[in-house]
Design a protein around this ligand. Sequence first.
Ligand code: NAD
Length: 444
Amino acid sequence: MRAVNGGRRPIGVIGTGYVGLVTAAGFAHLGSDVYCIDIDADKIARLHRGEMPIYEPGLAEMVAANRDRLHFSTDIADALERAGLLFVAVGTPPTYSGDADLSAVYAVVNAIPAHPSRSEEQRHALVMKSTVPAGTGASIKRVLAEQRKQDLSYVSCPEFLKEGSAVHDFLAPDRVVIGDDGDWAGDAVVELYAPLEAPLVRTDIASAEMVKLASNAFLATKISFINEIANVCEETGADVIEVARGMGLDDRIGHKFLQAGIGYGGSCFPKDVTALKQLAGNSGYHFQLLNAVIEVNELQKRRVIGKLHKHLGSLVGRTICLLGLAFKPNTDDMREASSLVLSARLQADGAKVRVYDPVATDEARHLIRGVHFATDALDAVAGADAVVLVTEWDEFVALDWPEVAARMAGTLVLDGRNALAAEAVAAAGLTYEGIGRRTLTSSR
Ligand code: NAD
């Protein structure tokens, strides 16, 4: 990695969520002064107090180490006053139709005051980190022109970080994609990312926007594909772990995203797949494959319920334990988590639900009602007729299975992520059932 920013203009980051805060801390780490803006005054107050509004490994340390270069405020004019490049990292959640909700993006565009053309030292650019449909940059540029803000340049710089390893992903990205009009702003973003020495894709704005949506849709497709293979494995006696191992060695396929489970969740895949499907539909193209990807994912979450019925019969009055609530390990993010669907469906079927997550419990309390929030994993499994692994946190993988068996009322362990050592579970006298794998029952 090359040396840090010397004497460059400060940058602004609008939105201090998972992407914005990591981006801000990352650029501060590389030597920039960063003005971080959020409309959530409580979030800004917490950041002022040195508290982290989100859980992300390594982020608190990076923010603390660069505290003197990070400035937090709710005042966008403050960032505009000082910064040249304004990174936009606000949410783009789905609307009811499945299109991306761009209201927060346009709120930022509208909040920027019109101003007479600036000198070279004072010029500004919006750099879009938020995931937006292809064509959004062109629309924003039209709006800026209508609002007499043509002197504001526009760059698309989609973000590819993964929650749970976001700090690492900022510092060592697979690629940096920059879509621009070939003006000073694109050059400035290239320069800012240069110390990371990552492969650079410099292209037009619409193509950069499409790289992001197409990448997430492809990864989601890979997950739904292996999940369907897993479902066929269950009917044919094959083991999806062996199948994926054999497939992944083909370097045209690769091992990543070939882990069968109870479906993808999170703040990105579900909404980005739907947004791409809608984008295609809005422009007259029926993206048939993505319909299937979405449907398979929804059904996959629900197959867990079918498996529980297969083993336990009626779930009325049964106690089911969900281990893990976050949509994946190492994050507190509950957006579109499989646990939301499962806890609701189990209660609808009359089950009593006990849940535990190492970090997402506080967040989950706002979203999941009627369940017992346990204090730890062993407390969660107490009296359970079945335990379902929903999120493969390390501490669940390393559980003391004889102790779990002693505390459970029943014997079923349903591994929704194919992450547990099946033999260790069965050796404890429990019945192990994964996704796309043969059921393993204790021989004791
Ligand atoms: P987030 O919800 O964690 O953060 C968004 C932040 O923007 C919030 O703090 C919110 O208060 C703030 N905000 C909303 N409107 C604002 C406004 N008008 N002015 C200032 N602040 C405002 O969202 P996130 O997960 O960081 O995602 C942000 C964008 O990045 C989305 O488009 C998402 O699709 C994309 N993205 C997310 C990830 C991820 O893993 N989370 C990865 C890549 C890309």
